[in-house]
Design a protein around this ligand. Sequence first.
Ligand code: PLP
Length: 460
Amino acid sequence: MAGYLSESDFVMVEEGVSTRDLLEELTLGASQATTGKVAAFFMADLGAVVRKHFCFLKYLPRVRPFYAVKCNSSLGVLKVLAELGLGFSCANKAEMELVRHIGVPVNKIICANPCKQIAQIKYAAKHGVQLLSFDNEVELAKVVKSHPSAKMVLCIATQDSHSLSQLSLRFGASLKSCRLLLENAKKSHVEVVGVSFHIGNGCPDPQAYAQSIADARLVFQMGAELGHTMNILDLGGGFPGLEGAKVKFEEIASVINSALDLYFPEGCGVDILAELGRYYVTSAFTVAVSIAAKKEVLLDQPSREEETSSALKTIVYHLDEGVYGIFNSVLFDDTCPTPTLQKKPSTDQPLYNSSLWGPAVDGCDCVAEGLWLPQLHVGDWLVFDNMGAYTMDTKFLLGEIQAYRITYAMSRVAWEALRRQLLPAEDDQDAEGVCKPLSCGWEITDTLCVGPVFTPASIM
Ligand code: PLP
C-alpha cells in the first residue's frame, strides 16, 4: 500500500450490510445533535470507486486515468484514487493544494484548465506542477511570463454539439488556430508536449472520441513539423457515471481502442491519459436529505366527500438542499432526482402528488415534481442514489461552511481487492475476477446491521 488510505479512513462493512443501513444509522444517530447545521448526509461507498477503476483498467488498458478533482474533491475519494495510483487533474490552486496535501507528488498533477488566473500559474510554477493546458494566445503569454518551463498541453475543440453540456463553447482551440498557437509557442521557447480534448457530458455518440483522436493526430503532425516533441494525448472526461447510461462505457472504450490503434498505435511513444470525473464517483454516493417544511395545496375546491381524496391536493415539501446546491444536475444535466424513502411505506398508505423544493426563495429551485409519495412529515429523510458527481462544492469540503457530512464505507472484499492489486504480480490483472461487483452491501436487505452502532470513521 502506498499509504494514502488506511482502515481508519472508512467504516469497514461486512457482506450483507447495505448503504441504506449505514445511512439510517447515521441519520438516526446524528439528527438530534445536528439539526439545523447539516443539510445533507452523504454515504460514500469507496468500494464502488475501486470497482470502477478495475473496470477502467480492463476496458481501456492503454489509457492512464487521471481524476478530475472538480467533480468531487472529498478526501475519501482523493485518497482511494491516490492509493489506486491515479494522477489528478486540477482546475485551480485550491484543487492543487488539496491533492498535494494528501501527499500526491507533483508529477502526477496536471493543471487542466485552459484559462487560468495568473496566481494559479505562479502556484504551479512554485510547486513544480509542470503539465498545464492552454487553448489561446493570451494564456500562452501568461505562461511565458509566469511559468516558462511549463510543459503545455494544447486543448482542442470537439464535436460536442449533441452533448448535454458542451465544453467546446468555452474551451478548446479550433484546428485552424492550432498551427499559429504551436508556432508562437515555439517562438516563445515554450514546450508543447501534447494534445487534450473533452467531448462534453452526456455525448450520445461515442464516435465523437474517435473524431477527436483523429484531430489530435493532425495536431501532433503540425507540432512535429514545427519542432515540438509531443508525447501526451489526453482524452479528457465525459465517460458515463450511471450504470444505466444510454451509451455504455464499454461501447465508448471499444471506439476509443479502435481509434487509438489507428492513429496512435501501440509503441508510437505517446502516453495516453484520460481525466475522468463522473465515471468514478457518480454511483458511489448516496445522500439523505430531511424535510424542513411542508405545505398542502388544494388543486380545486373539493366537495365534502372529496376533501380527503389524494388526487385533489398536491403536497409541497421543502428541503435544505436544492438546485443551487447538491441537486444542480437538475439545471445542468437535465436530471430528475427521484428519492426513495428511508421508512418503507405500507402498501395501503395513500399516495399524493408531491413536489420537492430547495431552500432558495425563488420559483426555479424545484428539485422534482409529479412524484407520488405517501404523506411525509417534517424531519423525515429522503434518500437519493447516484449523487457523487458535481454535488459538493470544494469550499464546503474545505470546511469553510459546514453543510454536508460524508461517511465513507468499504466492504472488506473491496478493501482486500484494493490491497492485492497494489502488490505487483500477485493478481496479475485478472480483470474478470476483480471486476465482479464489490459489495459495500448495495443490495437492499431487510436484515439490519447487527452489532454496535457504528461511529462514522471519517466525517468532514
Ligand atoms: N477534464 C476537464 C478539463 C473538465 O473540464 C472536466 C469536467 O468539466 C473533466 C475532465 C471531467 O469530466 P467528466 O466528469 O465528464 O468525466
